[in-house]
Design a protein around this ligand. Sequence first.
Ligand SMILES: [Zn+2]
Length: 436
Amino acid sequence: MNFLNSIFTVFKNIYDHLSRLQRAVIVVALAVMLMALVMPRTDPKPEIVMLPLDLEAATQQDDDLTPADNDEPESHLHYVVAKGDTLGKIFEFLRVPQSTLYELLEADVNVLALDTIRPGHQLEFRFDDQERLTRFTFKSGLTYRVDFNRTEKGDFEFKEHIIEGEHRSEVFVGSVEGNLHESMQRAGISLAEASSVSGVLKTRMNFRRDLRPGDQFQLILSRQYVEGQYTGNSKIEGFRYLGKRRELSVFSFDGNFFDEKGRSLEKAFQRIPLLKRYRISSSFNPRRLHPVTRAIRPHNGTDFATPMRTPVVAAGDGVVNRVVRHRYAGLYIEIQHGSKYRTRYLHLNKAYVRKGQKVSRGQKIALTGNSGRSTGPHLHYEFHINKRPVNPMKAKIPEVKTIARKHRDKFKQMVKTLTARMSQYASKQQQNAKNG
Ligand SMILES: [Zn+2]
């Protein structure tokens, strides 16, 4: 009992020296732990990890306590986003002022990363000794992180980190039994990968009519690894379907998909998502200075000076990813076009599409407006390649239908190499099957 008593005294000593925020965090953490013990776990509860080293700042002056081996004068909080969480709720829960959240959203208007929060994403908060948020980090998966750092002027600047990792080229071979997705999963291909294959094939293949049991497929994927762990991101390098009724091949070249003859499988984009040309009131500029603060505030899109309620059309075929009302971006839409491209349309007045909806190029999706922080009616249009914004007016976007003459030899060579690799792998597998 003496032992327990002395532990208690040490903890009380530490507790007495803590700041208000640190106490609050401990109390909240204990409450969450208690709730987790008492309540039946139906859905995931917010998870808070208090880093014990942070207590040391408060105990530094104490001579009778173990000296700190880390003299970080900040407190530090980790939060894992749970089901049903919103940023507003999380900030309220952690007692971070809503005004701080608005400051973050203002900095985030350029990346809109915070609109993607989903259960499992990780947030990290750092506070100074005044309990003011100095740094906020958003992490999704192994490959994406955004840091928001408070500047001397008091606002936040963001820094986006996209971790490239390494790509490994892997071959998968299998035969059809049941539907294509199930058959592919049996061959070690993930459901997401199988869906992207069928997404690429959909213009060429009818998955009900063309499939026969025993048909063979071969796939080469370039999978991304970070620290030896597969991130879930992969790219299709080549695919062959050798069926009784249907044979076809698909190869990726220069970021687009072609059949073995070099004919494009993708539909083109239109350069401007409007029915007419309008004056460009502000161009894409990654190094734009803020007119007032002189801080670098990238302009990640092209602004078209349109009258109010001008129809906006989808720049290409795709699936609506987001329809969101944002404090600064206003009502905006994001469309995903395959795995590589996405487009965004900001400051809208009205959206005609909803999340998850399929849209085709030229389809009316919205009316322009003046919502969010905007100085007048206009359309802010963004075009992203591999998650990075590019100049929509100048970027290389798939408008071509065939491979340029000067690249044809290179393409033919690539098709030959990949086809040989897949066939070799398939025959090796058949050999193995026979032997045992
Ligand atoms: Zn703009």
